[in-house]
Design a protein around this ligand. Sequence first.
Ligand code: GLU
Length: 431
Amino acid sequence: MSNKKPTAKLVYRHAFDQYKARLKETAEILKLTPEEVTNFETPEKILEKKLKVTLGGAAVELPAYRVQFSSARGPYKGGIRFHPAADLDEVKALAAMMAIKCAVVDIPMGGGKGGVTFDPKQATKEEIFEVSRAWARAFANDIGPDKDIPAPDVYTNGEIMSVMLDEYEKVTGGKAPATFTGKPVSNGGIEGRDTATAMGGVFVLEAYVAEKGWVPSDLRVAVHGFGNAGATAAQLLYERGYKIVGLADSKGAVMSMRGLDPMKFQEVKNQNKSIKEMYCHGSVCDEGMMEKDSVVVGDPNSVLTMDADILIPAALDGVITPDVARQMKAKVVLELANGPTLAEADAILEERKIDVIPDVLANAGGVTVSYFEWDQNLKGTTHTREDVNARLKKVMSKAWMGVSEFAKKHSVTFRKAAFALAVERIRMAKK
Ligand code: GLU
C-alpha cells in the first residue's frame, strides 16, 4: 500500500441524535403529531452490504451502506462517503439531511446517502477503485436514474463516480449516465459542479451580507477546511473583496489580519502539502517570513475562535462544540460542511446572536447542480458554466429569501426556519 497519511477523526458519533434534536424543534414550530415525528425519523429503506475486496494483499469485508430516507419529493439523492468512521448512524443522519436539503432549495429530489467504512487514505488508487466497483455491484439493483442517484461526498470524487457508473452499466447492461452525478465533464458531468457547493454558499452569503447592509471589504473571513468546498469558497470570496484572515486544513492553520491570498495556498496544497508548510517544515518555522507576512501559524481549530466576522466550517462535522460556540468571535457562520455545529452549540450561538446559515441551505449548491446534471443527462443536453451558475444563483437566492422571511416572521433561527420550510414541503408531498 502507498500514500499513508493519518486520517482526521469525526468528532461526534451520534449524528442521528443531532438530526432528531433539530426535528424536535421543527415539530414544535409546525405542531407535528407524534406519528408525523416518527415518520420523519424513519428511513424508507436501510440497505447494508459487505464488500469483499483485497486491501494490502489481504481479503477483507468492508461494511457498506445506502440509506434511502425519503422519496416523497422525488428519487433518493445524495452522496457516498468513504471514511473509517462512516457507520449506519451517520449515513442515516446524512440521508435525512439530504431530504431536508433538497426540499429547502425546492428541487424535485428525495434524500439518500451511502457510505463505506474504509480509510481511502491508507489505500492505493487501484484499491479505492476496487471498493468503488464493489459498491456499485452491491447496490446496482437499488439505484438508477428514477430510483436513487448517488454523488460524491467525503473522500469520493468525480473519478470514483465514473468508475461506479462503468460498473453499474456493466451489471445492468446499457447506458444510464443519469444514475450518478458529480461525474467529470468528460464523462457526462456538468460544467460548474466542481465549484457548486462553494458557489451556492457564496450566493447565500452575498444575499445575507446585502440584507445586513455590510460591505465585503470590511469583512474578515476564516475558513476551516481546505478541501474543494473550503478552498473554492475562500478563493471566490477573495475575488469578491472579502478579507481572508484564516485558513486551515487538517494539519494546521495560517492566520493573518493583513489578509491571505488563497491561491498561493492552493499551490502548496497541489503539491500534496499542508498549507502551513508555506511557513513551517515540521516544527521549524521561518519566523522572518512569518513576520514579513504578518502571519501566525496554529493548530487547525484555532481558526474557529479567531478574530473574524464570518466563519466558514468547510471540513468536518461536530467542530462547533458548545465551548467553541462560547468563544466564537465571528458574527455569522456559513456551514459549508455537513453538520459542523452540534445541536447543543446552536442554543449558545442563538443566545449570543451569532447567525448560522445552516448546512441544509449553505451547502445545497452541490446537490442543486447535481440535479441540473441529472436533468442534462436525461435530456441529452449540455450547459455552459455561466448558464449553470446563473441557474444556481436563482435557486439559491429564492431558497435564501424563503428561509430569511420565515425566520423573521416566526422569530426563529435560520436553521429552524430552513427545517420547518423543508419538513412542511415534504409533508405536503406525502399528502
Ligand atoms: N454530497 C453532497 C451533499 O452532501 C452532494 C450530494 C449530491 O450531489 O447528490 O450535499
